[in-house]
Design a protein around this ligand. Structure first.
Ligand code: ARG
Length: 455
């Protein structure tokens, strides 16, 4: 029983079947496909195109098929072209000719569109939960090491001292934006195209709004031509996934750097590192290298889809079948990455003394300029004066705190004995107490806000 064989005298070439069939990958849409069919059967019944008994048989048959898939016991057949065909074929085996009524007024074009939307909605929810786990790991780590000082970098050069907890929390906020992006994308995903038919709409009076509600979709599409070919929601999800991958890749890069033995600010747990087959001393941060590397395929999936979409004429074209594999690959790899990253962050060993060892007084030069500003000097001039002090220190081979008061005062009479209080890293950090700054008080505030957000 083929879905569309009537006008053909010959079956497809074997290579064409291989080329055309999508069951091997789209079977993962089975739960969405069955949910969509259940909603559609109900609508056909309400519209008077199914007898109550036929509807009940269809619903129980679909429930049984779902059970077979859930249990991994669904037996596919070579003629199962895609998930939609497979489910209908099995339904016919279970309940007989009434199965053939389910497709009344429906096309695989609106069917696959609703399936993919339901699938993406569920995956967005899953990704949101996983992001929440990484966020929780970040907050927990930050709270456990609240007042640990570390060198902050710009251009990867020592810049100003910051709190390690502040660095950890910086990734929390990136992921918070990622969650907001996913939630936003979910709104536009949860729009039902069911009842659009192949392209022109549905002639049997099915209640589209009721079907959408049954599927947990608050809205329905307003143009059938658009609805059967709209994959914007996939592109949006793939962009949101790509942005997550980029953030995770940056976190990975930081952790690879910070766990290098030359710095050893942190150590990645043994459960997330690997050894070398040749060099016995090695402990490689493979988990983070893979997290960084996998961002490549996640971004590629987005580009893949956009290129598929860009030249398409109106409505459904088979090119759209190419929307799935890259999406699935993106989801699988990102999801695995997030699980690993949550574990890496949670098991991170922190070495405050190694961070402290990398703090040098040059990182307080800005604070020295701020000292002069507080005494009334314009910042530009103060910047220049501190430059002179630094030159003095370099020429005499001393650190800034060992520059004699006389030398300070030769640069500016505004320097007084209290200038030496500047050379205190924690104090420099405490001064950055604006909202979002690295002062302990400000970090505590952001952690409180963060915890409220994840709660
Ligand atoms: N397997 C197809 C896809 O994923 C389902 C829709 C096919 N529609 C059609 N008219 N051939 O896009």
């Amino acid at each position: 029983m083929k879905l569309w064989g009537g006008r053909f005298s010959q079956g497809p070439e074997e290579v064409m079947k291989q080329f055309n069939d999508s069951f091997r990958f789209d079977q993962r849409l089975y739960a969405a496909d069955i949910a969509g069919s259940q909603a559609y059967a109900q609508a056909l019944y309400m519209a008077g195109y199914l007898l109550e008994e036929e509807k009940e048989n269809i619903l129980s048959g679909l429930a049984q098929i779902k059970g077979e898939f859930d249990a991994g016991e669904f037996v596919s057949r070579p003629e199962d072209e895609d998930i939609h065909t497979a489910v209908e074929r099995r339904l016919f085996e279970l309940i007989g000719p009434a199965a053939g009524k389910l497709h009344t007024g429906r096309s695989r074009n609106d069917q696959v569109a609703v399936d993919l939307r339901l699938y993406v909605m569920a995956e967005i929810d899953h990704m949101l939960a996983q992001l929440g786990q990484v966020q929780t790991a970040l907050v927990d780590k930050a709270e456990a090491h609240l007042d640990v000082l570390m060198p902050g970098f710009t251009h990867l050069q020592p810049a100003q001292p910051v709190l390690f907890s502040h660095w950890l929390m910086s990734y929390f906020w990136m992921l918070a934006r990622d969650k907001a992006r996913l939630q936003d994308a979910r709104t536009r995903t949860a729009v039902s195209p069911l009842g659009s038919g192949a392209l022109a709409g549905n002639p049997f009076g099915v209640d589209r709004t009721q079907m959408a509600e049954a599927l947990g979709m608050p809205a329905i599409s307003m143009n059938s031509l658009d609805a059967v070919s709209d994959r914007d929601f996939v592109a949006e999800a793939l962009f949101a996934f790509s942005m997550i991958a980029v953030h995770i890749s940056r976190l990975a890069e930081d952790l690879i750097l910070f766990s290098n033995p030359a710095l050893k600010f942190v150590e990645i747990g043994e459960g997330y590192a690997t050894g070398s087959s040749l060099m016995p001393q090695k402990r490689n941060p493979d988990s983070m290298e893979l997290a960084r590397g996998k961002s490549g395929r996640v971004i590629a999936a987005l580009v893949n889809l956009l290129v598929v979409l860009k030249g398409l004429p109106s409505t459904y074209n088979k090119d759209l079948q190419e929307d799935k594999e890259a999406l699935f690959d993106s989801i699988d790899n990102l999801s695995l990455t997030l699980s690993v990253v949550a574990g890496v962050v949670a098991s991170l060993q922190v070495f405050p003394e190694n961070m402290a060892a990398q703090l040098d007084e040059g990182m307080l030069a800005t604070d020295l300029a701020d000292y002069l500003v507080r005494k009334g000097m314009p910042f530009r001039e103060a910047h220049h004066k501190v430059g002179e002090v630094i030159r003095y220190a370099e020429i005499h081979g001393v650190t800034l705190s060992k520059v004699p008061l006389a030398a300070f005062q030769a640069v500016s009479p505004l320097f007084k004995e209290d200038v030496y209080h500047t050379f205190d890293f924690m104090q420099a950090v405490s001064k950055k107490d604006s909202v979002g700054g690295t002062a302990l008080s400000a970090v505590k505030e952001q952690i409180a806000a963060a915890k409220e957000m994840v709660a």
